[in-house]
Design a protein around this ligand. Structure first.
Ligand code: ZN
Length: 320
């Protein structure tokens, strides 16, 4: 049986697009590797932040929808996004967040690792986690980042979720993706892992009977995408998910990768995404993210689409 390799990307809902860019590029030092539109709603941006190359496993992407109400935490919606940083780097990050006025709750220990929880400017619950990456994961530092290489975010580390029925979700994650229970601690949180359980190979589940159903809104995770090496592996994983009770969509060509979407038993949205072809398929690697890129089917509407989007400046985010 195939298992997922780890996280591929995480997509969340932001408020104002420039504020989102200022935070992820200017404060967190990630690279904008793709500036495009939501393929299901081309009047909104879809912004991708990652390492230098946009490697699968470090992409954090956003739909800026400033008019939505705020998200509500609860079961059925992915909760905290964890980003991996090198060991010993959290003191640097505390100083940086203080300098930029980011609301954080100080360094804590979870599952034996040092973690810095914070919220992004639009309420996305997040944490930096000192952890290691797995062997089949590639990370390339971004030389132009305002954050020195030795402190840069190197991966998506994991994701937290409240579920309604732990056994149902755990059984589904095992059968569809290959996750297994690892350990429980941290109040009600339990960690499930795939592969060696390194950065990107973790889900932390929590069951709280008093918690209500969550809802999407500004500051919510929209979906979590998992890595399938190629289309054959993706088909195998989608079929395992269907056997486990999900209803996977047909394969959708997202141009930079191919995607299948499905819900886990609480309703949270998952995607199985192929590694390739990657973000350099339509832009030179040194120019990633500089201009608005449209999938071919939208190219004929470029003027209308560009005219409807707010201006966005990486130089402004970098203060350069
Ligand atoms: Zn996606």
């Amino acid at each position: 049986m195939s298992t997922i390799k780890g996280l591929h990307h995480i997509t969340a809902i932001a408020g104002d697009a420039q504020e989102n860019l200022d935070f992820y590029v200017g404060t967190l030092g990630m690279r904008l590797v793709k500036r495009t539109v939501n393929q299901d709603a081309p009047d909104t941006y879809h912004l991708f932040y990652a390492d230098r190359d946009g490697s699968p496993g470090i992409d954090l992407t956003f739909f800026p929808w400033p008019k939505l109400p705020a998200r509500r935490r609860g079961w059925g919606v992915w909760d905290e996004v964890m980003l991996g940083v090198p060991k010993g780097s959290l003191e640097y990050w505390v100083d940086r967040m203080n300098a930029f006025g980011v609301s954080h709750s100080g360094i804590e220990t979870r599952f034996g690792e040092r973690v810095l929880p914070y919220e992004d400017p639009h309420g996305l619950r997040s944490a930096l986690v000192e952890c290691e990456t797995y062997d089949a994961f590639t990370y390339r530092p971004w030389p132009d980042s305002p954050v020195p290489q030795e402190y840069q975010i190197h991966s998506l580390a994991g994701i937290r979720i409240f579920v309604r029925d732990e056994a149902a979700t755990a059984d589904f994650l095992a059968r569809a993706f290959g996750f297994r229970f690892e350990t429980a601690e941290q109040e009600h949180w339990k960690r499930y892992i795939v592969g060696g359980g390194k950065a990107g190979q973790r889900i932390e589940l929590c069951v709280q009977p008093e918690i209500a159903r969550g809802s999407w809104g500004t500051g919510a995770v929209h979906h979590v995408a998992w890595r399938a090496g190629d289309e054959a592996e993706q088909a195998e994983l989608a079929s395992a998910a269907a056997s486990a009770g999900a209803q996977p969509t047909p394969v959708i060509d997202r141009f930079w990768f191919k995607s299948v979407y499905l819900q886990e038993p609480s309703g949270a949205l998952n995607e199985i995404a192929t590694d390739g072809p990657g973000f350099a398929v339509d832009e030179a690697p040194e120019a990633l993210g500089e201009r608005l890129v449209l999938p071919p089917k939208f190219e004929q509407h470029r003027d209308t689409i560009e005219g409807g989007l707010p201006p966005l400046s990486v130089s402004q985010a970098l203060g350069r």
